[in-house]
Design a protein around this ligand. Sequence first.
Ligand SMILES: [Fe+2]
Length: 477
Amino acid sequence: MTTITKPTTRKAWANAISQPAKEFPLTPLSIIAGKIPEGLRGTLYRNGPARLERGGEKVGHWFDGDGAILAVKFSDNGATGIYRYVQTAGYLAESKANKYLYPNYGMTAPGPFWNQWIKPVKNAANTSVLALPDKLLALWEGGKPHALNLETLQTQGLDDLSALGDNLSFSAHPKCDAKTGEIFNFGVTLGKDSTLNIYQSNSTGKIQQKSSSTVSGVPLVHDFVMAGKYLIFFIPPVRINLLPTVFGLESFSDAMEWKPQLGTEILIFDRTTLSLVSKSVAEPWYQWHFSNGYVDNNGEIVIDFFRYQDFQTNQRLKQLPTGEIQLPAKSTLWQVRLDPQTAKVKSSEELLDRDGEFPIVPQENVGEFSRYTFMSLHGKNSDTTREIYSTIARFDHKTNNLQEANLGENHYPVEPIYAPDSLNPNQSWVLTVVYDGNNNQSEVWVFDSERLDDEPVCKLGLPSVVPMGFHGTWKAG
Ligand SMILES: [Fe+2]
């Protein structure tokens, strides 16, 4: 008798998420290779979904995983690491019950319908972090941030930033102005027609000004742009059919519809008054993330972002927690130029035909021209359907040159994080957390930002696997 075994398409990254990640207390980190640069002083913070199952049940979507924060501190005494789940009310209740209790982005609430109707969604606190002078915020776009102790990562509770107010959310992609210390962010209040709330905070995070604008239907707005004196939103043609989610019949993710006929709405706000300057409608595309924006010498707004041709990316990310992905979703780096008076697209071009995501620029350049964009990419010969990003790279906007790292087979980085050197203004570093699928371990890799194609200057071992996540930040000091 012949046994036919179905070939598996499972790749090495799947092992990083097959078990709930284990927390670890403050731990000195061993140096695997190289040495810690003398001028690298500060803390890398990262957030991401760390637990994709509970009580034998898988989450419905990668976005549903409970957030855990990794902090890696570099000091004169070496590096330490600490990894803690954000102790949200939902996380605590579900831990106690050992089962999922709440609806989420990609999950309906369990049980009979009376358990589902208008049941509050769990704040997963899993998307990004904002390091303020006296606290760390764990961000999630559907609700308020959670405040954590910067050193111990102890959860202190939901944070209102002094003035957020009831039922307003604080999204996961705030923009900080390095010169003024101001922090801009937004939150969408869902409704028949939704409200786009925009916030301006001071450097401590305290909200000082708010505005609100109506947007049609129930959109999905994940990120925005600060460019000179403007704040810009691209509202993609995705609309949520809210009714089935209210009755718990469908998750938010499954109730999202791609409606290319709506085009991409472009809204431009004045960052001083937070008032609408102009709006227009462009051709349809989808984006999760912007790289940066600035105003050029002609007064035009220039915006770089990773552009998808449709919303299949959401289905791809829904498959990720299963450990096997069967859908591609290519996104490449694009640049559009806008007339600020009309919000009309003056020109639009693809800068780089490589499949990637998680673009960032040095913090000091946010809102201004940045020569470099750093990003995650699929390797050149990678199976872009079944694999996840396997390298990081730097795009030079002056020369159009791409410099990319070679991490080796079965190695998976997360979003690159830029860290200026504390001693030398001409030196900077790029940090990423790498999952080594050959040895089932996670490491922190530090690259010279000018030489991503060289060996990292330092590799540090982490005590346990820290699965691939979303966003992080660097706090100097
Ligand atoms: Fe994001």
